[in-house]
Ligand binder design. Structure first.
Ligand SMILES: C[S@@+](CC[C@H](N)C(=O)[O-])C[C@H]1O[C@@H](n2cnc3c(N)ncnc32)[C@H](O)[C@@H]1O
Length: 374
């Protein structure tokens, strides 16, 4: 960071500036939203806090971490945020390494490594699915869709929390939405609707934009950032589908780290920040995102760009080998001296049966940590 860009504030530490962020860049591109190609290293320990530069990020002048002082915010743990579905989505059944989901008119079968238990519904129900993902069962593995009834098109209309968007059968098994996020979206919606002023919401790693649309439709001014041109295109398509073109959303195709650093320098502030980073990712210019190395700095910058009257900073993490405590304690360290509360735990989806109303087993999808001002 150049001196002229420094603002008065807490003391910063240089960490190990100049040290490569990791031994080698992940080989994949941003072709899958939840891509993960190799086992995670431990999420804990000091290593993550000491590395502040990305190896390959062009122009990635990353500023050092700030040494935070003051009290750590009190904690609420564990918090399990559970969804039984909403709108066009519910989880019908799961088991034997698979899940059966309802997305509007279609029943879809996908691999689900966490479903170690037996299936609850008989085989004939599963066999009648409209689309079955076959292929690599690793998280985000490539594969194909099989259609036991009739071939489906690539997209179909869906609605969640009153927002229309397109379901999409991708070759990475994803369907254009991560429904476990519904709990965060409902929270954002409530915050925006109750605020009495237009909140500024930043959605980092925003993918197909459902969260951005939910927030904007509730009255927020939204900035949506994603590295994938394709994902931004889909998000805009979703905006048009719902006739929401007039809503104040800035769609930004950029590396998330680069974007927030610029916002920090410019003094732009947000009332709510959502960040849902993959384990590995790449910015549009090849910038490397590696969660275990870059998350501490990302959260630190997010703290700086929260407005004085901020409503929350919401982090989700998935497909990593870590406990929610690793992101929880990082969030508490990051938010030292800022007051508020840090609540952390898991996002789970509960089976709801064929009728969408019969509660069954809970399927964990991700870890989360959320700072809120009270
Ligand atoms: C799992 S998706 C996020 C899902 C989203 N929160 C939702 O609920 O719909 C991860 C997204 O991160 C994006 N991404 C990966 N690396 C990135 C980077 N360096 N900067 C910005 N976005 C990135 C991918 O293009 C992808 O859309």
């Amino acid at each position: 960071m150049k001196n002229k860009e420094r603002r008065p504030g807490p003391k910063r530490t240089a960490g190990t500036a100049g040290k490569p962020a990791h031994g080698g860049a992940p080989k994949h591109k941003n072709t899958s939203p939840r891509q993960e190609s190799r086992p995670a290293r431990s999420a804990t320990g000091g290593e993550a806090r000491s590395v502040t530069r990305a190896a390959e990020a062009p122009e990635a002048e990353q500023r050092p971490l700030i040494v935070r002082t003051g009290e750590r915010p009190p904690e609420r743990v564990p918090v399990i945020l559970e969804s039984t579905g909403a709108g066009d989505f519910h989880l019908i059944d799961s088991g034997n390494g698979e899940k059966l989901e309802q997305y509007g008119p279609y029943r879809i079968v996908r691999p689900e490594a966490q479903a170690l238990w037996p299936k609850g519904l008989p085989a004939h129900v599963w066999e009648k699915a409209d689309a079955i993902f076959t292929g690599d069962t690793d998280e985000d593995g490539m594969g194909r869709w099989r259609f036991p009834r009739e071939a489906l098109g690539e997209t179909w209309p869906l609605s969640l929390l009153g927002i229309d968007f397109l379901g999409r059968l991708t070759s990475f098994r994803h369907v254009g939405v991560f429904p476990e996020q519904i709990v965060h979206w409902s929270w954002v919606k409530q915050q925006v609707e109750a605020a009495g002023r237009p909140l500024k919401v930043l959605n980092l790693f925003g993918y197909t934009g459902v969260a951005s649309l939910v927030a904007a439709a509730a009255g927020a001014e939204v900035t949506h950032v994603d590295a994938s041109k394709k994902a931004i295109g889909w998000a805009r398509e979703n905006q048009s589908l719902g006739r929401l073109d007039k809503l104040p959303i800035r769609w930004i195709c950029e590396d998330a780290m680069k974007f927030i650093q610029r916002e920090e320098r410019r003094g732009n502030r947000y009332d709510i920040i959502l960040t849902d980073p993959p384990k590995f990712g790449r910015g549009p210019n090849g910038e490397v995102w590696h969660l275990f190395e870059h998350l501490p700095l990302m959260l630190d910058i997010c703290r700086e760009i929260l407005s004085p009257k901020a409503h929350g900073l919401v982090l989700t993490a998935y497909s990593i080998r870590a406990s929610f405590y690793s992101i929880h304690e990082l969030m508490r360290e990051t938010m030292r001296g800022r007051g508020g509360v840090v609540e952390s735990g898991e996002l789970v989806i509960r089976e709801a049966g064929l009728d969408g109303k019969t509660p069954g087993r809970a399927l964990s999808t991700s870890l989360f940590s959320r700072w809120v001002p009270k």
